[in-house]
Design a protein around this ligand. Structure first.
Ligand SMILES: [Fe+2]
Ligand SMILES: [Fe+2]
Length: 286
């Protein structure tokens, strides 16, 4: 893999960095996650990753990716074929991370199920990162994972590593570099183009099949500048505010459900087969 365009050794390094930024509780620091992190190669990889992400995720870039991927002509697959496909994205360079993609999805969904939430919420946990198949379609890491943010208006200082937005061409474009840019006050996020990645892609694939709450969780789960930092209230409408309660409810299951004991994917498969077939068609267009 070309490390210049893919500076993360493992795409999970981005999520580990989220744990550092948003620890589960202030007193409960996870030794493994924080040990010497700032000076580590992984921290440097995460910085290099955000530099690329913030430099290249401009309005035109997002439009190009939408034009390409929202035709859904990459592959026709059943959800289960997509799970197997996604699972080829395992990293063997990092001994700390033994969990594959399927295990992260199952840990998230099983934690949701254990708390007695409705089945569509469990399914959302199981599906939420399927958009990462973009990596397998040859997309660089910075166009698949990482915090997402609106394009078409000024970049908030509350976005992680916002200093790198100086490199983004939209920062010097007067159409895009004001508070509202091309948008209007409280226009609603559905009008707002987000930086391109696995969230928006999966939302577009599943938008006809899941309840609105689930779709918000999928579409905005990496929008930390809003669901953690409230940096874009001025673009949100009343529906967004109501639905972001679900995005916030989802977030801890995504971030903090990583347990050292991997879920028994074989034993769980029948339950998830029923759940998937309740909501999704036999094949999906990716
Ligand atoms: Fe994700
Ligand atoms: Fe996730």
């Amino acid at each position: 893999m070309n490390t210049e365009s893919n500076p993360l050794e493992n795409i999970e390094d981005w999520e580990d960095d989220l744990l550092r930024r948003y620890p589960e509780s202030k007193d409960k620091k996870n030794e493994k996650d924080f040990r010497d992190y700032e000076n580590s190669d992984r921290a440097a990889g995460v910085r290099a990753f955000y530099k690329l992400n913030h430099q290249y995720q401009c309005y035109d870039f997002v439009s190009e990716k939408e034009a390409k991927f929202l035709q859904f002509k990459q592959r026709k697959m059943s959800l289960w074929d997509a799970v197997d496909f996604l699972n080829t994205l395992v990293d063997d360079s990092d001994p700390d991370i033994e969990l594959d993609q399927l295990q992260h999805l199952l840990q998230t969904s099983e934690a949701i199920r254990a708390d007695g939430h409705p089945d569509w919420f469990v399914l959302t946990g199981f599906l939420h990162d399927m958009g990462k198949v973009l990596c397998l379609f040859g997309e660089p890491q910075w166009a698949v994972v990482g915090d997402t943010f609106p394009v078409g208006c000024s970049f908030s200082k509350k976005i992680v590593h916002s200093e790198y937005f100086d490199l983004n061409p939209d920062s010097s474009n007067p159409d895009f570099n004001t508070k509202y840019g091309i948008y209007s006050e409280n226009c609603g996020l559905d009008q707002v183009k987000m930086s391109w990645g696995h969230d928006e892609y999966l939302y577009q694939i599943l938008k006809d099949y899941l309840p609105q709450e689930a779709l918000y969780m999928i579409r905005y789960h990496s929008f930390y500048a809003q669901h953690k930092e409230h940096a874009y209230d001025h673009l949100m409408n009343a529906t967004d505010h109501k639905m972001f309660e679900w995005v916030k409810k989802f977030n801890p299951y995504d971030l903090y459900s990583k347990a050292p004991v991997p879920p028994d994917s074989k034993a769980l498969r029948p339950y998830y087969e029923d759940l998937v077939s309740k909501y999704l068609p036999d094949t999906l267009n990716f």
